[in-house]
Design a protein around this ligand. Structure first.
Ligand SMILES: Cc1ncc(COP(=O)(O)O)c(C=O)c1O
Length: 352
């Protein structure tokens, strides 16, 4: 059993993806969407569960894919599904990557992606963000020859940065290998690259119902890619029943209620822009622009005190610490108007 003990000891030393616990706190740490009201949520779930017989294995995944196909105006053969985008990313890594290849990423990037690369001993090439939390296009492109696979979250978590559409198109066009574009936050930004999957067979666009749609607990994710990738993923790689029947049914209902969603997204974008202005007005932090439903700011030497004092008042945000030259980065998720003003008032008081 020595081999197992060695393996366990090695695994236990890895930096793992930290699951935040926040029972009873104002949750502004995981980029979920609490603007979605609980009544709407329970209507969807009640209706979805009425349409399901959970004694049977889920047989409705094709209907869900049909709805996604209509929503994105993309052929059903180009859509694969998974239990959240986490699971899709994980399966893409375990089946398409290997220790021989190098994956180009930004630094920072979605922490789960990096944690998974570490778990599977996959090598990464990291391009750092600039001091103003921007990725330099030329610097990013200059690493292409050294890399075999590319992963970009667009917009990026935790900075909120997104390349211009033109730049991202050129990145996809020039990279010789699979390009995974993670669009978890794209509904809060100005553009997506779903259409480019019609032209580029190396492009895999990963999407989720956890952020703009506001149903993180359902664990509903999907991706759009070349039909050969989708075919092998769905037939050989993905579990036979990755998503439960109620989630699949709820996903269909959510896609039929897109009008409600666009109002919520507009509200979150307005609140995000207000949050950036309000944080800047405090004259204490460096606050970065964001195309997502969160805002990153550098609270410098004061970040631990601010993070802890907010938590003591029941407001949970994400503590990142050093990013490049920025010593004390914190990330706050945009919540309801009420949550956002509670956060701003609390942080204003802490600076008095
Ligand atoms: C960039 C990015 N991709 C994917 C995810 C995970 O999404 P899901 O809930 O679909 O697994 C997150 C969650 O925070 C994220 O930040």
């Amino acid at each position: 059993m020595n081999w197992l003990n060695n393996k366990i000891s090695k695994l236990s030393k890895l930096d793992v993806y930290e699951k935040p616990s926040s029972k009873g706190l104002l949750k502004m740490n995981s980029n979920e969407n609490f603007v979605i009201d609980t009544q709407y949520q329970s209507n969807i779930i009640t209706k979805a569960s009425k349409n399901c017989d959970v004694r049977a294995y889920p047989e409705n995944h094709e209907d869900f894919i049909k709805c996604l196909s209509k929503y994105h105006k993309i052929s059903i053969n180009k859509i694969g599904i998974g239990s959240g985008s986490d699971q899709i990313i994980d399966l893409l890594l375990t089946n398409f990557a290997s220790k021989r290849i190098k994956i180009l990423i930004s630094n920072p990037t979605f922490s789960f992606f990096e944690a998974r690369c570490k778990l599977y001993s996959l090598r990464t090439i990291k391009v750092p963000f600039s001091d103003s939390m921007i990725l330099n296009f030329n610097q990013f492109m200059s690493k292409f020859d050294d890399a075999d696979m590319l992963y970009l979250d667009s917009p990026n978590n935790p900075t909120g940065f997104q390349f211009s559409k033109l730049d991202l198109r050129e990145i996809i066009d020039c990279f010789d290998g699979p390009v995974i574009i993670d669009e978890a936050y794209v509904d809060f930004a100005g553009y997506n690259v779903v259409d480019l999957t019609k032209k580029y067979d190396n492009l895999i666009v990963v999407k989720t119902f956890s952020k703009a749609f506001g149903f993180a607990g359902l664990r509903l994710g999907y991706f759009i890619a070349d039909q050969n990738i989708v075919n092998v993923f769905m037939k050989a790689i993905q579990y036979p029943y990755p998503i439960n029947s109620i989630a699949l049914e709820a996903g269909k209902l959510l896609l039929q209620n897109i009008k409600k969603l666009s109002g919520i997204i507009s509200l979150i974008k307005n609140e995000r822009n207000k949050m950036i202005l309000n944080l800047r007005k405090l004259n204490a932090f460096e606050v970065f622009n964001s195309q997502a439903n969160f805002v990153l700011f550098d609270a410098k030497d004061d970040y631990l005190r601010i993070y802890t004092a907010l938590a003591e008042q029941g407001i949970l945000i994400k503590k990142l610490g050093r990013i490049g030259t920025h010593k004390g980065c914190l990330r706050v998720t945009i919540g309801t108007k009420d949550m956002n003003s509670k956060f701003i008032l609390a942080i204003r008081d802490l600076l008095r």
